[in-house]
Ligand binder design. Structure first.
Ligand code: ADE
Ligand code: ZN
Length: 315
């Protein structure tokens, strides 16, 4: 039905690997690792995917990620996502993963990284999908914890091209992480950050001015600040927007209220991404399809959005 959207060559620039954990794989990994789950079956788990805000989602997302234990688990997770990319003509991806989600529960740092890294390599060689990995810090934890994570990551410096910032936004402004981002940049890493998803435009300013980010993840609340909008347009700073995520997490009441096409027409370099597709109802093509159905996105606009994603690549 959406062959014309599937056929567009696209890049995905905002995807949490842990958020691509489909309920079927979640159950299979729980069985493999002998982990008891609080849900009776896949269907019951899917029914729990109803959220009023970001935190309600994150609580379930961290619970789900607990089934990931071995290198093979992380490989299987990443490999399944890359197959979705292949099916949807996503030719390039720059996924995030959250090391602290795993080290906090006793999984050694290199276990997650090795599984993900091997799958991304196989994806390049066997599926022809180019990629670069972003190490994302959990902002509800302290800057000291982020510094420790960067210490653990630096021996594997070549496995990443950037650091990011995700998890609970409100009350955890970008300025909290200025020093660890400074250090990451001094090591030659690029920076990105979630900002302006639930948080105010000030968090976007801080991400730009203090964390020196190359892209803003989400950023939809920039529309509340005309000076910020002008800066995004003048400097062509990409926003990695995630339409289905924004509806599922009640950032907008429904898709007809979403501001992505207004931003596009104003000259902001917006892109379409899936964020946590296993939890939010679809991958990149489904996000494009939702914009067509809910906002009347035209073919010409879809092409510009896909082109923006290719131009906003950092590797
Ligand atoms: N982690 C996974 N998805 C996220 C989102 N949409 N916002 C913040 N942190 C996240
Ligand atoms: Zn995200």
């Amino acid at each position: 039905m959406y062959d014309w959207l599937n056929a567009l060559p696209k890049a995905e620039l905002h995807l949490h690997l842990e958020g691509s954990l489909e309920p079927e794989l979640l159950f299979a990994l729980a069985e493999r690792n002998k982990i008891a789950l609080p849900w009776a079956d896949v269907e019951t788990l899917r029914q729990a995917y109803a959220f009023n805000n970001l935190q309600e989602f994150l609580d379930l997302y961290y619970q789900g990620a607990a089934v990931l234990r071995s290198e093979q688990d992380f490989y299987d997770l990443t490999w399944a996502y890359l197959h979705k990319c292949k099916a949807q003509n996503v030719i390039h991806t720059e996924p995030f993963y959250d090391p602290q989600t795993h080290t906090e529960r006793g999984i050694p740092f290199e276990v997650a990284l090795n599984g993900i890294r091997q799958a991304l390599k196989d994806g390049r060689e066997q599926l022809g999908i180019s990629s670069g990995l972003i190490l994302s810090f959990l902002r509800h934890l302290s800057e000291e914890e982020a510094q420790k994570t960067l210490d653990q990551a630096l021996p594997y410096r070549d496995a990443f091209f950037a650091v990011g910032l995700d998890s609970s936004e409100l009350g955890h402004p970008p300025r909290k992480f200025q020093r660890v981002f400074d250090r990451a940049r001094s090591e030659g890493l690029l920076t990105v950050a979630h900002a302006g998803e639930e948080g105010p435009p000030e968090y976007i300013w801080e991400a730009l001015d203090l964390l020196k980010v190359s892209r803003i993840d989400h950023g939809v609340r920039a529309a509340e600040d005309p000076k910020l909008m002008q800066r995004l347009i003048d400097e062509q700073i990409p926003l990695t927007v995630c339409p289905l995520s924004n509806i599922k997490l009640c950032v907008f009441a429904d898709m007809r209220r979403h501001n992505i096409l207004d931003m596009l027409e104003a000259g902001v370099k917006v892109t379409v991404n899936s964020d946590d597709p296993a939890y939010f109802g679809g991958y990149v093509t489904e996000n494009f399809a939702a914009l067509h159905e809910g906002l009347g996105m035209t073919e010409e606009q879809a092409k510009r959005l896909a082109q923006n994603s290719l131009e906003a690549r950092l590797v």
